[in-house]
Design a protein around this ligand. Structure first.
Ligand SMILES: C[S@@+](CC[C@H](N)C(=O)[O-])C[C@H]1O[C@@H](n2cnc3c(N)ncnc32)[C@H](O)[C@@H]1O
Length: 245
């Protein structure tokens, strides 16, 4: 079974913080001056903690996730301005948006080809003056602070978590015994700010701002916990050709 869709994924990560999600959304909305009533997409929305709050603030929200179990849970909150789709990031994203969010390291799970297809797809579903907000881990700090072995006892399940890092990925192996023995793998690419810049350039997108935490302090390569990028479609450069005098 796919880890994201497994009941154990939700048990292990049951404490994902709604308060933190709300603080972050408040800060971003204020910083970008996003007006209520705009159409926004929460891409890889999980159970919808950001989507639900965005709708409460007055946005028209679509959440998309490939895990059907996440979508079933998220749909308990659906209303006329909040809907959820069970889709992959590279599939139809259901219209054009004023802002597309991809939050809490919901990118870089597979390979470069998939990353580029995702960004192309995001670009195709973004209005001309829209914003993309990508919240990724700061792979430099994550690697530096890597906890190699950890145990967590949740709901009487003893989760053993092993973390490693290689050239391209930070990897987690999660093993435990419930009705039987289980082993799941999670991996995320060690993408840097420069990697993202080069991805975006290919699609005429540019990073217009970059923050290092949910309080939106400036990004610092060595110390920031997060790599939060604000991206827009590149504006055509002025040619500088002057008329004849
Ligand atoms: C780290 S969780 C974050 C969820 C949510 N953004 C949050 O902050 O609570 C990553 C999510 O990405 C989803 N996901 C992974 N690969 C995906 C893909 N290719 N297309 C759509 N969703 C995907 C998973 O199902 C999972 O819900």
């Amino acid at each position: 079974m796919d880890w994201f869709n497994s009941e154990y994924y939700h048990i292990l990560y049951r404490n994902r913080d709604n308060k933190e999600a709300e603080t972050f959304i408040n800060n971003i909305i204020k910083k970008l001056d996003l007006k209520t009533g705009l159409k926004v997409l929460d891409l890889a929305c999980g159970k919808g903690r950001h989507s639900i709050y965005l709708e409460k603030l007055g946005f028209i929200v679509t959440g998309i996730d490939k895990s059907i179990n996440n979508i079933i849970k998220a749909r308990e909150n659906e209303n006329e301005n909040l809907n959820f789709l069970n889709n992959e990031m590279i599939d139809d994203l259901g219209g054009k948006y004023d802002a597309i969010f991809n939050l809490f390291t919901s990118f870089g799970y597979i390979d470069e080809d998939y990353n580029l297809k995702t960004i192309n797809n995001i670009n195709n579903h973004l209005k001309d003056d829209g914003y993309v907000i990508i919240d990724y881990l700061n792979s430099i700090l994550a690697e530096h602070n890597l906890i190699e072995k950890e145990k967590k006892l949740i709901n009487n399940i003893n989760f053993k978590i092993k973390r490693t890092s290689d050239n391209n990925f930070i990897r987690k192996t999660i093993t435990f015994k419930d009705k039987k023995k289980y082993k799941f793998n999670e991996k995320v690419m060690k993408l840097s700010l420069d990697d993202f810049k080069s991805y975006f350039e290919k699609y005429n997108l540019e990073i217009v701002n970059c923050f290092g935490n949910y309080q939106l302090d400036a990004f610092d390569l060595k110390n920031s916990e997060r790599l939060i990028m604000i991206i827009k479609k590149s504006q055509p450069k002025k040619t500088g050709i002057r008329g004849r005098q």
